[in-house]
Design a protein around this ligand. Structure first.
Ligand SMILES: Cc1cc2nc3c(=O)[nH]c(=O)nc-3n(C[C@H](O)[C@H](O)[C@H](O)COP(=O)(O)OP(=O)(O)OC[C@H]3O[C@@H](n4cnc5c(N)ncnc54)[C@H](O)[C@@H]3O)c2cc1C
Length: 166
């Protein structure tokens, strides 16, 4: 995939936070070890140390993974520690948005391979948390307007017709 024009320019921290960091990612135990590192609040630091430890794995599953709590929600809960985060640590803390795959849902025969359709299921589900959980990409696609640009690339399929199987 060619590097899009906008990626050849320096980015502001705001642009990185808005467009590149996956703010809805589910925090790993490593995230809590980073928070513990900067925290000056005893209560929050002790909790972060517990959530990042091997012994605290069940606690981390209950707090993060099972309810699908996002990294932003965690930073909000641990706001005293969050206020001490440095730019270097922010880059450690956030992962970048990963590309998602979608299968071409239309035939290439009628568009000469120029246009294609995608059939995308919008991911929305509930956990024990009050706010519904929203799939990042499918909800972003849902809100696109006509003429918006979407960057992507085509991967070769692995499907073979019976007469192509060697
Ligand atoms: C080869 C390939 C082809 C694909 N083709 C298509 C396609 O044609 N159309 C299409 O719609 N998708 C397709 N997908 C899936 C697509 O890539 C995305 O994974 C999907 O759209 C969700 O992405 P998202 O960013 O919206 O959700 P994310 O933000 O990635 O969230 C998805 C995650 O939410 C969690 N989750 C979702 N539902 C629930 C639930 N009910 N309960 C608990 N947790 C849940 C799961 O952890 C899941 O991994 C394809 C995937 C692959 C690998």
């Amino acid at each position: 995939m060619p590097v899009p024009d906008f990626l050849q320019e320096p980015l502001t921290l705001y642009e990185i936070a808005e467009q590149y960091w996956d703010l809805r990612a589910y925090p790993t135990q490593y995230v809590f070890s980073l928070l513990a590192l900067v925290s000056q609040d005893k209560l929050e630091r002790d909790k972060c140390i517990e959530l990042s430890s091997a012994a605290g794995q069940e606690e981390w599953l209950n707090y993060c993974r099972r309810p699908r709590r996002t990294i932003l929600e965690v930073l909000h809960d641990f706001h005293k520690s969050t206020s001490k985060l440095t730019i270097d640590i922010l880059f450690e803390l956030f992962s970048t948005i990963k590309p998602r795959s979608f299968s071409i849902a239309s035939s290439a025969l009628f568009s000469n391979g120029v246009n294609f359709d995608l059939l995308v299921a919008v991911v929305k589900y509930n956990t024990k948390l009050k706010k519904p959980r929203l799939g990042l990409t499918s909800n972003w696609l849902k809100d696109l307007q006509v003429d918006d640009n979407v960057y992507g690339w085509i991967k070769n399929g692995t499907f073979k017709y019976p007469n192509e199987v060697s």
